[in-house]
Design a binder for this molecule. Structure first.
Ligand code: MG
Length: 281
């Protein structure tokens, strides 16, 4: 694969990400894929989608898991409902994640991505150790399927994420770096954070955002690439310093407005291609 192939976040059926037809139309060579709903996670469905990708020359680089009952309505709701952090749903979601990994094996993907939830900041917190144990279990299961686990950034600082990864201590645990999430959640300057965690980054989301008035308490605003507070030239330069050559996967989550989503993604492709040329030249 060429250095920094363009990618986009898409889905089979969940309504998130851009429609697959648009991926083909824009001739985007790689995708991150939202996991379809449970009843569609069959080996047959995986094989069918894989065939469609193969025919279009599209490589699926990360399969993103999501869980029933998650809500991104506001930051406190994310804290309560997202990932493997909420205790009431943890066992069920670990089981679900293993099934998502199996679906990924049928798709032939090398990595599963997740929002794990808000990792406790202190390693002394008993919740931290519990989350470490459950992540080890997930990593070991994924390893059996030849996959890595990519933790999406945003819900914690770079330092907390690194401490957590060190504690889990598995060689298939990496980071999906989303610079906009650092702004949306108010967890730190994205480029400074990338400089700290870059050695563990194996996939990225190219998404842009503006800081909230009260970062960390309320959402920042997701905006089209190039219109927010992420410095994408610095982002690419920093990725380059760490030797990252993987896909630049555009994420634009406005499924309620598919026409605008398509326009914004097409513009983002242009912008990233221009930056790539600039940095190569
Ligand atoms: Mg993301």
């Amino acid at each position: 694969m060429d250095k920094w192939p363009i990618g986009v976040f898409t889905s089979i059926d969940e309504g998130l990400g851009v429609r697959f037809g648009v991926v083909k139309e824009l001739k985007i060579p790689t995708v991150h894929l939202h996991t379809p709903s449970r009843e569609k996670r069959t080996p047959e469905a995986a094989a069918a989608f894989r065939r469609e990708c193969d025919q279009a020359g599209i490589t699926i680089t990360v399969l993103f898991g999501g869980f029933q009952g998650e809500s991104y309505a506001d930051i406190p709701t994310v804290r309560r409902t997202v990932g493997l952090v909420p205790k009431e749903t943890r066992a069920e979601r670990v089981d679900d994640l293993k099934k998502i990994s199996d679906f990924g094996r049928h798709l032939g993907v090398p990595a599963i991505g997740i929002h794990i939830g808000f990792i406790p900041e202190s390693p002394e917190d008993p919740e931290f150790a519990e989350l470490v144990a459950v992540t080890q279990e997930v990593c070991d299961y994924l390893k059996g399927n030849g996959q890595a686990l990519h933790l999406e950034t945003g819900q914690e600082t770079a330092e907390t994420l690194l401490a957590f990864i060190a504690a889990v201590d598995r060689d298939n645990l990496f980071i999906n770096f989303d610079p906009a999430n650092m702004i949306l959640y108010g967890t730190g300057d994205p480029i400074e954070a990338l400089k700290k965690v870059g050695h563990r980054v194996r996939s990225v989301h190219c998404k842009d955002a503006r800081w909230a008035q009260k970062p960390g308490e309320e959402w920042g605003e997701e905006v089209p690439l190039g219109q927010g507070d992420v410095d994408f030239e610095a982002f690419l330069r920093t990725l380059d310093e760490f030797g990252y050559t993987g896909p630049l996967t555009i994420e634009r989550e406005i499924p309620h407005d598919p026409e605008r989503q398509k326009r914004d993604i097409a513009a983002a492709v242009q912008m990233l291609e221009a930056l790539k040329r600039e940095l190569a030249g």
